[in-house]
Write a protein that binds this ligand. Structure first.
Ligand SMILES: Cc1ncc(COP(=O)(O)O)c(C=O)c1O
Length: 424
């Protein structure tokens, strides 16, 4: 049979969060080894359970969930999202502006597909949550990465963003709070980005799936509340704040000057109709989740499990010589840096494959997040404190050996080349 190749559209698609290192880990598990997984923001396996009330309401509504729903989603859930958008200060959102999907992921693909012609450009952060780069490419677009600066707390570099705008630029992706850095953007930064979008008639695509996962009392501002005169698509879901990734319940809100975007919105509606709605039991969870008691607050407050794990992971990782890290203010991640003088790394995927084999700790390398150097990696601080302690202890030992090996290698004085070799 003729060889069957994957589509060239996949050339730019990267998803190392579930990539080759995960395949290698799976093989090690099959061989009976126990892996500590610091690679993925999947909360339930680490004992972060969804609120019981959500489960009960889903079960109660299961008999009414067998049919397709309205393409944009059930009324009760969209109404709840509408109220949520009002609480967040996003002006003028009606039921019609809300689309439910199988997680934010599905809606991200829908939004890029409806927006981009072949070769159109989308400004995507670097580092990014790699779905955004992938969705842009799969939609025929070209992801153009703007820099987020580590020396500025991983804030987007607005000058770089501006410099990368071309006549083909259609929009700016903002991930706030950020995965993989854990950064939370100030209103000043958000207003700066909005100004760029305003000047160049760009669409804002704003991923706020971590908007409730905040530490030390910091406040998140919904970008849509500031961008009233710029077309803004806001993405969110139950996956993180309600520990319900598996229910695949997400939403997208369209706000700003909708009249000018009538054609684009028609495209979004066409795609929503094509997908025949999303998982209906998951939709029933939305209304219950957004109203009433917000149990995420117990996890993020001082002494709460997520807060303790963030503090511990940060403290332990930054105690390793040559490892620095911007302290995350939000989300479930941090993005530490390995000093290249102590840890010269040519291929970071290979490096973290070695880490996995030697330590049975799974991490994802920085290049997996479309970050251009080879000196970063992402830690997910979801495992219990004992596991985090053990994982980072093993990593520290591995890094100590790596440092020693490198120090020895670089202290060896190169021999003078033999005459024949020098002539060759
Ligand atoms: C920034 C960001 N956006 C979107 C998603 C996907 O969310 P969902 O489960 O709602 O599809 C994730 C998942 O980790 C994420 O980190």
């Amino acid at each position: 049979m003729k060889t069957i190749h994957k589509s060239a559209k996949l050339a730019n698609v990267l998803y190392d969060v579930r990539g080759p290192i995960v395949d290698a880990a799976k093989q090690m598990e099959d061989e009976g080894q126990k892996i500590i997984k610091l690679n993925i923001g999947n909360m339930a396996p680490f004992g972060f359970d969804p609120p019981e009330e959500i489960q009960q309401d889903m079960i109660r509504n299961l008999p009414d969930s067998a049919g397709y729903s309205d393409s944009k989603g059930i009324f009760a859930a969209r109404k709840a999202v509408m109220h949520y958008s009002q609480q967040q200060g996003i002006a003028g959102v009606t039921l019609d502006d809300i689309y439910l999907g199988n997680g934010a992921s599905e809606l991200i693909g829908m939004a890029t597909n409806a927006l981009l012609n072949d070769g159109d450009e989308l400004l995507v952060p670097s580092p990014d949550y790699p779905l955004w780069t992938a969705a842009t490419s799969l939609s025929g677009g070209k992801p153009v990465h703007y820099v987020c600066r580590e020396d500025d707390g991983w804030m987007p570099d607005l000058a770089d963003m501006r410099a990368k705008i071309t006549p083909r630029t259609r929009g700016i992706v903002v991930i706030n709070p950020n995965n993989p850095t854990g950064a939370l953007y100030s209103d000043e930064t958000l207003l700066g980005i909005i100004q760029i979008a305003r000047e160049h008639d760009l669409v804002l695509l704003v991923d706020e799936v971590y908007d409730k996962v905040l530490y030390e009392g910091v406040k998140h501002t919904a970008m849509g509340s500031l961008s009233t005169d710029v077309l803004t698509l806001t993405f969110n879901s139950l996956s993180k704040a309600y520990r319900s990734c598996g229910y695949r319940a997400g939403w997208m809100i369209v706000s700003g000057p909708k009249a000018a975007a009538r054609d684009y919105i028609e495209g979004l509606n066409m795609l929503a109709n094509l997908k025949l709605g999303s998982n209906v039991p998951g939709q029933w969870a939305i209304q219950t989740a957004l109203g009433g008691y917000q149990s995420i607050n117990d996890l993020i407050k001082e002494g709460g499990r997520l807060r303790r794990q963030r503090d511990l992971a940060y403290e332990l990782i930054t105690a390793i010589p040559g490892v620095s890290c911007v302290k995350p203010q939000a989300a479930l991640y941090m993005f530490p840096r390995l000093d290249p003088k102590l840890y010269p790394i040519d291929d970071d995927r290979q490096f973290f494959m070695e880490v996995l084999r030697a330590t049975r700790v799974m991490l994802v390398q920085g290049s997996g997040f479309n970050y251009p150097d080879h000196q970063h990696f992402r830690i997910v601080f979801l495992p219990h404190e004992d596991d985090l302690r053990e994982a980072i202890h093993r990593l520290a030992k591995f890094l100590e050996q790596y440092r020693q090996r490198h120090a020895k290698a670089s202290s060896v004085v190169p021999m003078a080349p033999k005459k024949e070799a020098a002539r060759a």
